[in-house]
Design a binder for this molecule. Structure first.
Ligand code: ADP
Ligand code: DP6
Ligand code: CO
Length: 362
């Protein structure tokens, strides 16, 4: 085997994974270690190349420890989540051979070889734009490629889920559902694609970055506190979300924007209500977030039918989904009117393909 020969070789793989934004939110676990949720969730995966993670993974007999650098800084890999993903992938690694380079790695070698991981997010990390979703999905996907893991996307989604719940949905494009599952070992808690990216390609997503600062309460600890202290979360998970999941699947299948918008906005607002119902209360949104909601609500009411849907993850940043390009252009005009660029502010507005990112100093 190559690992015993003392040769100095490095085998590397690079992958890119987009983030996904939930329109029916996951918030709360029934199993902290396996990351099993208390309700189903549905998300939309952003176009690759816009908000995404790029991860390079490498293996070499010269590496003595597993290590990870996130956005240029080394961080600890010791957390249970990274370890769970690494263990699951190593146990599924298969033989690899590159005759030209004289590299041969057996299944047994993979257990001993250490990996180095270098990952960059091209959008704010830990600011409520689902960096853990893109980050952990990319980590699992790139390591699976490196280790010659021959599992399908469904199995990889179950592994990514153990890194960060929302990550299981980033393995697919388009609209994705994370089925909570019933099994204690989590084998049926996987992501499935509801519709691919071409199904509803009129939609335009505008991200208004209200603050790129790291949030005070991580999603993991926030939802743990919610499950422990909120009475409202039980009602949400048992009574509200199951109905919304059925309605949202129907709205997506029929491309019914009014229903889609009504459900997405209501679910975002209930998620933040549940955060307020937590002890101590969690405030992910700020005044600028609230002003954006008012602006969209007023506009939708004025038009008589929803033109734009809003959803806020665990942070102050707005994800605005407009019905088509025309509505997106009008929305941008409104945002720029209500949140005008300040010459001294960190405000950056640019269009990438059919997605627009607006940074607001707020
Ligand atoms: P977010 O709202 O951005 O998903 P979370 O609190 O859920 O915030 O998760 C943020 C954490 O996810 C980071 O502190 C880091 O531990 C992990 N993470 C984010 N991006 C990456 C990445 N590219 N590679 C590995 N881990 C990542
Ligand atoms: C509000 O997946 O980040 O974005 O599983 O603990 O890593 P962990 O949490 P995470 O939670 C995401 C919460 C959310 C809603 C969602 O993405 O469904
Ligand atoms: Co997250």
């Amino acid at each position: 085997m190559a690992a015993e020969s003392g040769e100095k070789w490095v085998l590397a793989v690079t992958a890119q994974t987009p983030t996904n934004i939930a329109v029916i939110k996951y918030w709360g676990k029934r199993d902290e270690d396996l990351i099993l949720p208390i309700n189903d969730s549905i998300s939309v995966t952003l176009d690759p190349g816009h908000l995404c993670t790029t991860t390079s993974v490498a293996v070499s007999p010269a590496f003595t420890h597993d290590r990870i650098w996130l956005n240029g800084k080394e961080v600890s890999l010791s957390g249970g989540r990274y370890q769970n993903c690494l263990r699951e992938l190593r146990s599924r690694a298969t033989d690899y051979e590159d005759e030209k380079k004289g590299i041969k790695i057996t299944k047994k070698d993979w257990e001993k070889l250490r990996v180095h991981i270098v990952s960059y997010n091209n959008f704010p990390t830990a600011a409520g734009l689902a960096s853990s979703a893109a980050g952990l999905a990319c980590l699992v996907f790139s390591l699976a490629k490196l280790m010659n893991v021959k599992e399908d996307h469904s199995k990889l989604s179950a592994i990514a889920r153990q890194g960060s719940g929302s990550a299981c949905r980033s393995l697919y494009g388009g609209f994705v559902k994370w089925i909570m599952g019933k099994e204690e070992n989590g084998s049926d808690s996987i992501a499935v694609q509801l519709a691919d990216e071409k199904h509803w390609d009129d939609l335009v997503i505008i991200i208004a970055v209200v603050s790129s600062r790291q949030k005070e309460t991580s999603s993991t600890s926030g939802m743990r506190d919610t499950v422990e202290t909120s009475a409202l979360i039980k009602h949400r998970a048992k009574e509200v979300v199951p109905k919304r999941i059925v309605e949202m699947e129907e709205a997506i299948a029929k491309r019914d924007f009014p229903a889609f918008s009504r459900l997405a906005c209501a679910d975002s607002n209930q998620f933040h209500a549940v955060c307020l119902d937590t002890l101590p209360p969690i405030f992910y949104m700020n005044d600028t977030s609230h002003r954006i909601i008012s602006c969209v609500e007023k506009w939708n009411r004025h038009e008589g039918s929803p033109q734009v849907a809003y959803t806020f993850d665990a942070g102050p940043n707005a994800v605005l989904i407009s019905q088509n390009r025309k509505a997106a252009t009008l929305l941008l005009q409104r945002l720029l009117f209500h949140f005008p660029p300040q010459s001294d502010a960190d405000l950056d507005s640019y269009v990438i393909g059919d997605k627009t990112i607006l940074k607001d100093a707020g």
